[in-house]
Design a protein. Sequence first.
Length: 225
Amino acid sequence: MNYRRLYDLLVLKAKNRSEIPSMVEKHHILPKSMGGSNGKENIVHFTPKEHFVAHHLLWKIYRTKEMHYAFWCMVTKFSKDGRRDYRVCSRTYETSKIEQSRLLSENNPNKGGRSEETKLKASNSLKGKIAWNKGLKNPYSDETIERMRKSALNKPPESVETRLKKSRAHAGRRRGPSPLKGIPAKPFNEKYITICPHCNKSGLDWNMRRYHLDNCKFREKENLY
């Protein structure tokens, strides 16, 4: 079947239409992916049904990835008001779906699985994190640790009020509305605040000693083993 001739007849019919329908959609006669312009000579107004047929014909004419993607959008997506005045038959949808799956498979950068180099990097990273969690070895290099420490030390420590606001904002998040909302906060005594010497982070003394000071990722290298 001469799809090119059918496409030209469809464009000619739309250009010579005497009465403009109530609902029309703008279409590029020569697709922009193939060098088409936005000039008036390259624009035609189709009804939604004609627009669908036009993209179907363009896909059958050129059989390119760009033409299929445009047609796939016509098959699966709807207009802004949520409707089109055409229906996609099951055979058309199946053919388009198979082609879409084939194109995605061909253009998948991870086709054939990850390379051995990528697997080795992932394995080493995971081993380092497991060792770090067990307190055996820091997974970061000396340069990374030093860069992270300098970045952390350049930030001023958070005030007690800021940390309290964050704590109250997260309270009750998993159980619904916070029970602390609307209740004024009690001020902390400064003598109960501890600042980490490695990363400048501040917090309540008993929490810092229990959870942070010995586990700070910026502590000295000799204490990591």
